[in-house]
Design a protein around this ligand. Sequence first.
Ligand code: FUB
Length: 343
Amino acid sequence: MKKQFLTAFFLATSMAVFGQSKKPISQPLVSHIFTADPSAHVFNGKIYIYPSHDIESDTKRNDDGGSFDMKDYRILSMDKIGGKVTDHGVALDIKDIPWVGRQLWAPDAAFKNGTYYLYFPAKDKDDIFRMGVATSKSPVGPFKAEPAPIKGSFSIDPCVFKDTDGSFYMYFGGIWGGQLQRWKTGTYEQNGKLQEDNQPALAPKIAKLSKDMLSFSEEAKDVKILDKNGIELLAGDNNKRFFEASWLHKYKGKYYFSYSTGDTHLIAYATGDNPYGPFTYQGVVLNPVDGWTNHHSIVEVKGKWYLFYHDVQLSGKTHLRNVKVTELKHNPDGSIHTITAYK
Ligand code: FUB
Protein backbone atom coordinates (compact mmCIF):
# COMPACT_ATOMS: atom_id res chain seq x y z
CA MET A 1 0.00 0.00 0.00
CA LYS A 2 2.75 2.38 1.07
CA LYS A 3 4.76 1.46 -2.07
CA GLN A 4 1.76 2.15 -4.31
CA PHE A 5 1.27 5.53 -2.67
CA LEU A 6 4.95 6.40 -3.12
CA THR A 7 4.87 5.38 -6.79
CA ALA A 8 1.77 7.49 -7.45
CA PHE A 9 3.34 10.38 -5.53
CA PHE A 10 6.59 10.04 -7.50
CA LEU A 11 4.81 9.97 -10.86
CA ALA A 12 2.67 12.99 -9.95
CA THR A 13 5.72 14.91 -8.72
CA SER A 14 7.82 14.09 -11.76
CA MET A 15 5.02 15.29 -14.04
CA ALA A 16 4.88 18.51 -12.04
CA VAL A 17 8.68 18.91 -12.15
CA PHE A 18 8.69 18.72 -15.94
CA GLY A 19 5.45 20.67 -16.27
CA GLN A 20 4.09 17.68 -18.15
CA SER A 21 0.59 16.65 -18.58
CA LYS A 22 2.24 14.04 -20.78
CA LYS A 23 2.85 10.46 -19.79
CA PRO A 24 6.06 8.58 -20.67
CA ILE A 25 5.44 5.62 -22.98
CA SER A 26 8.08 3.57 -21.10
CA GLN A 27 9.45 3.43 -17.59
CA PRO A 28 13.16 3.46 -16.60
CA LEU A 29 14.70 -0.01 -16.85
CA VAL A 30 16.45 0.51 -13.51
CA SER A 31 16.01 3.18 -10.86
CA HIS A 32 18.73 2.37 -8.27
CA ILE A 33 21.44 3.99 -10.44
CA PHE A 34 21.41 6.57 -13.25
CA THR A 35 22.14 5.17 -16.71
CA ALA A 36 22.34 6.69 -20.20
CA ASP A 37 23.43 6.15 -23.83
CA PRO A 38 22.19 2.53 -23.97
CA SER A 39 23.97 0.34 -26.53
CA ALA A 40 21.94 -2.87 -26.64
CA HIS A 41 23.02 -6.22 -28.09
CA VAL A 42 21.72 -9.76 -28.13
CA PHE A 43 24.46 -12.23 -27.22
CA ASN A 44 23.55 -15.92 -26.95
CA GLY A 45 19.84 -15.09 -26.95
CA LYS A 46 20.08 -12.70 -23.98
CA ILE A 47 19.76 -8.89 -24.10
CA TYR A 48 22.73 -6.90 -22.77
CA ILE A 49 22.73 -3.14 -22.36
CA TYR A 50 26.03 -1.25 -22.27
CA PRO A 51 25.15 2.20 -20.87
CA SER A 52 27.00 5.16 -19.44
CA HIS A 53 26.74 5.24 -15.65
CA ASP A 54 25.74 8.79 -14.73
CA ILE A 55 26.73 10.19 -11.36
CA GLU A 56 26.34 13.49 -9.48
CA SER A 57 29.03 16.01 -10.34
CA ASP A 58 30.26 19.30 -8.93
CA THR A 59 31.11 20.60 -12.42
CA LYS A 60 28.61 23.19 -13.64
CA ARG A 61 26.81 22.41 -16.90
CA ASN A 62 28.68 23.78 -19.93
CA ASP A 63 28.91 23.19 -23.70
CA ASP A 64 31.89 20.89 -23.10
CA GLY A 65 29.74 18.38 -21.20
CA GLY A 66 31.89 18.76 -18.07
CA SER A 67 29.04 17.64 -15.80
CA PHE A 68 29.09 14.21 -17.46
CA ASP A 69 31.90 13.03 -15.20
CA MET A 70 31.37 9.29 -15.19
CA LYS A 71 33.84 6.96 -13.50
CA ASP A 72 32.84 3.40 -14.31
CA TYR A 73 30.72 1.13 -16.49
CA ARG A 74 27.98 -1.20 -15.29
CA ILE A 75 26.21 -3.60 -17.59
CA LEU A 76 22.52 -4.50 -17.50
CA SER A 77 20.89 -7.63 -18.87
CA MET A 78 17.48 -9.14 -19.33
CA ASP A 79 16.15 -12.39 -20.76
CA LYS A 80 13.35 -10.70 -22.65
CA ILE A 81 11.93 -7.22 -23.28
CA GLY A 82 9.78 -6.37 -20.28
CA GLY A 83 11.56 -8.99 -18.15
CA LYS A 84 13.57 -8.53 -14.94
CA VAL A 85 16.62 -6.31 -15.43
CA THR A 86 19.87 -7.35 -13.73
CA ASP A 87 22.64 -4.88 -12.89
CA HIS A 88 25.91 -6.85 -13.01
CA GLY A 89 27.90 -4.33 -10.98
CA VAL A 90 31.09 -2.54 -11.96
CA ALA A 91 32.50 -4.02 -15.19
CA LEU A 92 35.32 -1.51 -15.66
CA ASP A 93 36.55 1.22 -13.31
CA ILE A 94 38.40 4.37 -14.36
CA LYS A 95 41.19 3.60 -11.90
CA ASP A 96 41.98 0.43 -13.87
CA ILE A 97 42.45 2.22 -17.21
CA PRO A 98 46.07 3.42 -17.32
CA TRP A 99 45.73 6.09 -20.03
CA VAL A 100 42.47 7.77 -18.92
CA GLY A 101 42.23 11.14 -17.20
CA ARG A 102 38.48 11.59 -16.86
CA GLN A 103 34.96 11.19 -18.26
CA LEU A 104 33.95 7.68 -19.30
CA TRP A 105 31.31 8.43 -21.92
CA ALA A 106 28.95 6.36 -24.08
CA PRO A 107 30.31 2.82 -24.70
CA ASP A 108 29.48 -0.02 -27.06
CA ALA A 109 30.34 -3.72 -27.16
CA ALA A 110 31.01 -6.55 -29.60
CA PHE A 111 31.62 -10.30 -29.49
CA LYS A 112 34.06 -12.31 -31.60
CA ASN A 113 35.57 -15.79 -31.20
CA GLY A 114 34.78 -16.22 -27.51
CA THR A 115 35.83 -12.71 -26.41
CA TYR A 116 33.67 -9.70 -25.56
CA TYR A 117 35.03 -6.25 -26.39
CA LEU A 118 33.96 -3.08 -24.59
CA TYR A 119 34.71 0.09 -26.59
CA PHE A 120 34.59 3.38 -24.74
CA PRO A 121 35.49 7.06 -25.18
CA ALA A 122 37.35 8.87 -22.43
CA LYS A 123 39.60 11.89 -22.06
CA ASP A 124 43.28 11.01 -21.85
CA LYS A 125 45.66 12.77 -19.45
CA ASP A 126 45.90 15.71 -21.92
CA ASP A 127 42.07 16.05 -21.89
CA ILE A 128 41.74 14.74 -25.44
CA PHE A 129 38.94 12.24 -26.13
CA ARG A 130 40.20 8.89 -27.43
CA MET A 131 38.63 5.47 -27.83
CA GLY A 132 39.64 2.67 -25.50
CA VAL A 133 38.98 -1.05 -25.67
CA ALA A 134 38.74 -3.64 -22.92
CA THR A 135 38.20 -7.41 -23.10
CA SER A 136 36.45 -10.13 -21.14
CA LYS A 137 35.36 -13.73 -21.53
CA SER A 138 31.96 -12.69 -20.13
CA PRO A 139 29.49 -10.21 -21.67
CA VAL A 140 29.14 -8.53 -18.28
CA GLY A 141 32.83 -8.34 -17.43
CA PRO A 142 34.92 -7.67 -15.51
CA PHE A 143 36.74 -6.15 -18.50
CA LYS A 144 40.49 -5.62 -18.71
CA ALA A 145 41.48 -2.42 -20.48
CA GLU A 146 44.25 -2.30 -23.05
CA PRO A 147 47.14 -0.13 -21.80
CA ALA A 148 46.69 2.54 -24.51
CA PRO A 149 43.80 3.95 -26.55
CA ILE A 150 43.13 2.66 -30.07
CA LYS A 151 45.75 4.16 -32.40
CA GLY A 152 44.16 6.73 -34.75
CA SER A 153 41.00 7.06 -32.63
CA PHE A 154 39.57 10.35 -31.40
CA SER A 155 36.32 12.02 -30.33
CA ILE A 156 33.41 10.09 -28.75
CA ASP A 157 30.47 7.70 -29.00
CA PRO A 158 31.75 4.49 -30.63
CA CYS A 159 29.19 2.21 -32.28
CA VAL A 160 30.61 -1.14 -33.38
CA PHE A 161 28.60 -2.82 -36.12
CA LYS A 162 29.07 -6.41 -37.27
CA ASP A 163 28.13 -6.80 -40.91
CA THR A 164 26.63 -10.00 -42.29
CA ASP A 165 30.01 -10.96 -43.82
CA GLY A 166 31.59 -10.94 -40.34
CA SER A 167 33.47 -7.61 -40.74
CA PHE A 168 33.32 -5.14 -37.83
CA TYR A 169 33.23 -1.36 -38.28
CA MET A 170 33.41 1.42 -35.73
CA TYR A 171 31.34 4.56 -36.29
CA PHE A 172 32.20 7.46 -34.01
CA GLY A 173 32.38 11.22 -33.42
CA GLY A 174 30.61 14.04 -31.70
CA ILE A 175 30.83 17.82 -32.05
CA TRP A 176 31.08 20.50 -29.31
CA GLY A 177 32.23 18.66 -26.12
CA GLY A 178 32.91 15.57 -28.25
CA GLN A 179 35.82 17.50 -29.89
CA LEU A 180 35.24 16.35 -33.50
CA GLN A 181 35.74 19.95 -34.72
CA ARG A 182 39.29 19.80 -33.33
CA TRP A 183 40.20 17.04 -35.85
CA LYS A 184 39.20 18.79 -39.09
CA THR A 185 42.76 18.75 -40.42
CA GLY A 186 43.49 15.17 -39.34
CA THR A 187 45.57 16.27 -36.37
CA TYR A 188 44.38 17.66 -33.04
CA GLU A 189 43.90 21.42 -32.90
CA GLN A 190 42.84 22.76 -29.52
CA ASN A 191 41.12 25.75 -31.14
CA GLY A 192 39.44 23.81 -33.95
CA LYS A 193 36.23 25.56 -34.97
CA LEU A 194 32.86 24.26 -36.11
CA GLN A 195 31.96 24.71 -39.78
CA GLU A 196 30.19 27.86 -40.92
CA ASP A 197 26.43 27.37 -41.41
CA ASN A 198 26.74 27.31 -45.21
CA GLN A 199 29.57 24.74 -45.23
CA PRO A 200 29.02 20.95 -45.25
CA ALA A 201 28.39 19.70 -41.70
CA LEU A 202 31.19 17.85 -39.93
CA ALA A 203 30.85 14.18 -40.77
CA PRO A 204 30.87 11.26 -38.34
CA LYS A 205 33.71 8.78 -38.88
CA ILE A 206 34.03 5.13 -39.78
CA ALA A 207 36.98 2.76 -39.50
CA LYS A 208 37.07 -0.99 -40.12
CA LEU A 209 38.38 -2.94 -37.15
CA SER A 210 41.36 -5.25 -37.56
CA LYS A 211 40.97 -8.99 -37.11
CA ASP A 212 42.17 -8.71 -33.48
CA MET A 213 39.39 -6.17 -32.73
CA LEU A 214 41.90 -4.02 -30.84
CA SER A 215 42.89 -1.61 -33.59
CA PHE A 216 41.70 0.10 -36.78
CA SER A 217 42.71 -1.62 -40.01
CA GLU A 218 42.47 1.68 -41.90
CA GLU A 219 42.52 5.42 -41.31
CA ALA A 220 39.13 6.77 -40.19
CA LYS A 221 37.02 8.10 -43.07
CA ASP A 222 34.11 10.54 -43.26
CA VAL A 223 30.57 9.12 -43.26
CA LYS A 224 28.76 11.43 -45.68
CA ILE A 225 25.11 12.27 -45.00
CA LEU A 226 23.31 13.69 -48.05
CA ASP A 227 19.94 15.27 -48.64
CA LYS A 228 17.51 13.75 -51.15
CA ASN A 229 19.26 15.71 -53.96
CA GLY A 230 22.60 14.12 -53.18
CA ILE A 231 24.03 17.28 -51.56
CA GLU A 232 25.87 16.98 -48.22
CA LEU A 233 23.83 18.31 -45.29
CA LEU A 234 24.98 21.76 -44.23
CA ALA A 235 26.29 22.69 -40.78
CA GLY A 236 23.43 25.19 -40.41
CA ASP A 237 20.81 22.50 -40.94
CA ASN A 238 20.62 21.79 -37.21
CA ASN A 239 17.46 19.68 -37.48
CA LYS A 240 19.18 17.18 -39.74
CA ARG A 241 22.95 17.33 -39.44
CA PHE A 242 25.06 14.94 -37.34
CA PHE A 243 25.98 15.93 -33.79
CA GLU A 244 26.81 12.68 -31.88
CA ALA A 245 25.48 9.20 -30.90
CA SER A 246 26.12 7.12 -34.05
CA TRP A 247 24.28 3.83 -34.46
CA LEU A 248 24.10 1.42 -37.38
CA HIS A 249 21.56 -1.30 -37.98
CA LYS A 250 20.85 -3.31 -41.09
CA TYR A 251 17.28 -4.01 -42.18
CA LYS A 252 16.32 -5.94 -45.28
CA GLY A 253 19.79 -5.45 -46.80
CA LYS A 254 19.84 -1.63 -46.26
CA TYR A 255 22.22 0.13 -43.87
CA TYR A 256 20.50 2.56 -41.46
CA PHE A 257 22.80 5.12 -39.88
CA SER A 258 21.06 6.93 -36.99
CA TYR A 259 22.40 9.72 -34.81
CA SER A 260 21.55 12.60 -32.51
CA THR A 261 21.17 16.13 -33.89
CA GLY A 262 22.36 17.45 -30.51
CA ASP A 263 21.15 21.00 -30.03
CA THR A 264 17.86 20.17 -31.77
CA HIS A 265 17.54 16.99 -29.67
CA LEU A 266 16.32 14.58 -32.36
CA ILE A 267 17.42 11.07 -33.26
CA ALA A 268 17.53 11.20 -37.06
CA TYR A 269 18.38 8.53 -39.61
CA ALA A 270 19.79 8.14 -43.09
CA THR A 271 20.06 5.04 -45.27
CA GLY A 272 22.73 3.67 -47.58
CA ASP A 273 23.79 0.63 -49.58
CA ASN A 274 27.04 -0.23 -47.82
CA PRO A 275 28.66 0.37 -44.40
CA TYR A 276 30.68 3.37 -45.62
CA GLY A 277 27.74 5.24 -47.13
CA PRO A 278 27.03 7.77 -48.40
CA PHE A 279 23.79 7.80 -46.46
CA THR A 280 20.71 9.73 -47.52
CA TYR A 281 18.75 11.56 -44.84
CA GLN A 282 15.30 10.01 -44.33
CA GLY A 283 13.71 11.44 -41.20
CA VAL A 284 13.29 11.24 -37.43
CA VAL A 285 13.46 8.08 -35.32
CA LEU A 286 12.81 9.73 -31.95
CA ASN A 287 11.48 13.17 -31.08
CA PRO A 288 13.19 15.12 -28.24
CA VAL A 289 13.09 13.52 -24.81
CA ASP A 290 13.17 15.26 -21.42
CA GLY A 291 16.77 16.33 -20.78
CA TRP A 292 19.24 17.91 -23.22
CA THR A 293 20.84 14.79 -24.70
CA ASN A 294 19.23 12.17 -26.90
CA HIS A 295 21.12 8.90 -27.47
CA HIS A 296 19.88 5.50 -28.53
CA SER A 297 20.45 2.07 -30.04
CA ILE A 298 18.29 -0.03 -32.34
CA VAL A 299 18.31 -3.81 -32.03
CA GLU A 300 16.33 -6.82 -33.23
CA VAL A 301 15.10 -9.22 -30.57
CA LYS A 302 13.24 -12.33 -31.67
CA GLY A 303 12.00 -10.81 -34.94
CA LYS A 304 10.86 -7.47 -33.44
CA TRP A 305 12.85 -4.24 -33.41
CA TYR A 306 13.43 -2.10 -30.33
CA LEU A 307 14.69 1.40 -29.62
CA PHE A 308 16.73 1.80 -26.44
CA TYR A 309 16.95 5.44 -25.37
CA HIS A 310 17.14 7.60 -22.26
CA ASP A 311 15.46 10.57 -20.64
CA VAL A 312 15.63 12.24 -17.23
CA GLN A 313 12.35 11.02 -15.75
CA LEU A 314 13.92 9.96 -12.43
CA SER A 315 15.99 13.08 -11.71
CA GLY A 316 14.88 16.01 -13.85
CA LYS A 317 18.61 16.72 -14.34
CA THR A 318 20.30 16.56 -17.73
CA HIS A 319 23.37 14.70 -16.42
CA LEU A 320 21.41 12.09 -14.43
CA ARG A 321 19.57 10.00 -16.98
CA ASN A 322 17.72 6.69 -17.07
CA VAL A 323 17.60 4.14 -19.89
CA LYS A 324 14.35 2.90 -21.40
CA VAL A 325 13.14 0.71 -24.24
CA THR A 326 10.20 0.79 -26.62
CA GLU A 327 9.26 -1.05 -29.80
CA LEU A 328 10.41 0.45 -33.12
CA LYS A 329 8.52 -0.20 -36.34
CA HIS A 330 9.77 -0.14 -39.92
CA ASN A 331 6.99 0.81 -42.32
CA PRO A 332 6.38 -1.41 -45.39
CA ASP A 333 8.50 0.99 -47.53
CA GLY A 334 11.44 0.59 -45.10
CA SER A 335 11.03 4.02 -43.46
CA ILE A 336 11.00 4.17 -39.66
CA HIS A 337 7.82 5.12 -37.82
CA THR A 338 8.78 8.20 -35.72
CA ILE A 339 8.55 7.62 -31.97
CA THR A 340 7.40 10.24 -29.45
CA ALA A 341 8.37 9.17 -25.95
CA TYR A 342 5.35 10.80 -24.25
CA LYS A 343 1.61 10.50 -24.83
O1 FUB B 1 26.98 10.52 -21.85
C1 FUB B 1 27.86 11.53 -22.26
C2 FUB B 1 27.48 12.04 -23.61
O2 FUB B 1 26.16 12.57 -23.58
C3 FUB B 1 27.44 11.02 -24.70
O3 FUB B 1 28.70 10.60 -25.11
C4 FUB B 1 26.64 11.76 -25.68
O4 FUB B 1 26.19 11.00 -26.76
C5 FUB B 1 25.54 12.32 -24.83
O5 FUB B 1 24.50 11.40 -24.63
